[in-house]
Design a protein around this ligand. Sequence first.
Ligand code: ZN
Length: 569
Amino acid sequence: MTQYFLSTEQANQQYVQFRVQFTNVSENATIVLPRWRPGRYELGNFAKNIRNFRVFDSQGKPCVVQKTDTSTWQVANEKGADLRVEYGYYAVDLNAGSTYLSKEQLYVNPVNCFIYLPERINEPCEVNLSIQDNWNIATSLKREGKQLTAATFHELADAPFICSGKLQYNQYEVNGTVFHLWFNGEITVDWKRIIHDFKSFTVKQVEKFIEFPVPHYHFLIHILPYKAYHGVEHQHSTVITLGPTYDVFGEAYSELLGVSSHELYHTWNVKAIRPIEMYPYDYQRENFSRLGYLCEGVTTYMGDLMLYKSGVFQLKDYFREMQAQLQKHFDNFGRFNHSVADSSWDTWLDGYVPGAPGRKVSIYTEGCLLAFVTDVMIRQHSNNKFGLDEAMKRLYFNFALEGKGVSEQDYRTFICELAGDEMNAIFDDYFYGTRPFEAILTEAFEVIGIEMIHQPSRRYSHGRLGFKTIPDGAHHVVKAIYPGSPADLAGMMMDDTIIAVNNHSLYGELDKWLAYFDDEEKHVTILRAGKLLELTLPEVQRNFYLEYTLKQTENPNGAQKKAFEHWSK
Ligand SMILES: [Zn+2]
């Protein structure tokens, strides 16, 4: 058994002090720290936070240690030696997948900061916490006082915990599974509302899969005083960060529902139904997979759809989320250059930043839209007998419960079994190709009596001139340019700072000034790389960025009504 001792003295310096006890190790032991965390498919290189890494033998003598790559330490020791390892971990990031220490809390994602011996990855682990007596501990791990235990390092790596004096707790039960709700931070929790809504979407998800994969589950929710929105899935829990505090049960409540339903769906899809390339996870290198459209695409689609199916979302709420995905898709010219399957592979390169303009798409957005098309095609082919949820249930029983990972071909085979052979062309052209989605989306919406409407963006800069900005104090900074638009023809560049329109300082208002000079030639004053310059925007009589909206067909036919009803259930 590996024993870990964590102490939190001098929390203001934000170093968590680790002492790790390995017994009876092999000669010249190799010690490693994970290089990435499941749920975020890019290297995190957490070893950059490790300070003062030292190894001692059973007599307390320092051992010779050599690093052999960024996250591997080779120890000079005899066979059968007991080793004590000490190091500090700089815990300064507070997001849904990080480790954070302050005077108020110790929040740990073990995959960030717990070293392990690869030869012992399947052996039990024990965590001993030296924390304040008045702190509570929120975790899915087995717990006795300040001691946590895990059956394997994989279980430990997948089990975040929060130690804090500010934890609020409640629970609900569905089909014998207890769902634990933890809130950390300043928040007045509306328990009645949250338990009603969480229970509703949980019941619906469990109904679709028949059973929940694990006997207990924890929602660990950090409420932050500033804008935050992030969730990370685990087999027995999820960590969610959300803020600001005052909006959580107001404007941001639909985000809390959205991220919570999404993460719960991951308990089946990715934690149980998992790409074969990640079965098991290899924490020391990239685990390349093209199945991001399954892991994140289907989860994004189902997370929101389950909220609608369970009555937690109204149709207008569901449309709002779907419209946001459509908007992201159509605004991103990367859709002409890189497929969603290839973008999944490349998350390891730059999957979590905008990156080079027009280079790639998103496993979340394009994956979600294709999941919707798949869902409708299954319904059509089965005459409203089955949907995508049936395919997911079959994957759960045939792969997850059989202890097998899912390959690209497995997913395609299961989908084609339910949606017919014409689905093969959809995979080739849209999942693995860059054919425009517009026609298949319009058609799929039409099947269930929904119209996808587009109109020129009402914002002058978007619709008429073809560029998008974000405000920066009194100015605006260019963040997207539509190819062939007046902005493009004028020579506008990404990250240009717009200071004035027709010599009038913006004072924060870009579109109002542009609209004011509608009838005149428009020129903008730009600050670029420390120099001021003028760009004249040519007149072009057409529209550029479009706005996408969904609405129900006014007079649906019988088939549409039936299909919609079945899709909604
Ligand atoms: Zn996700």
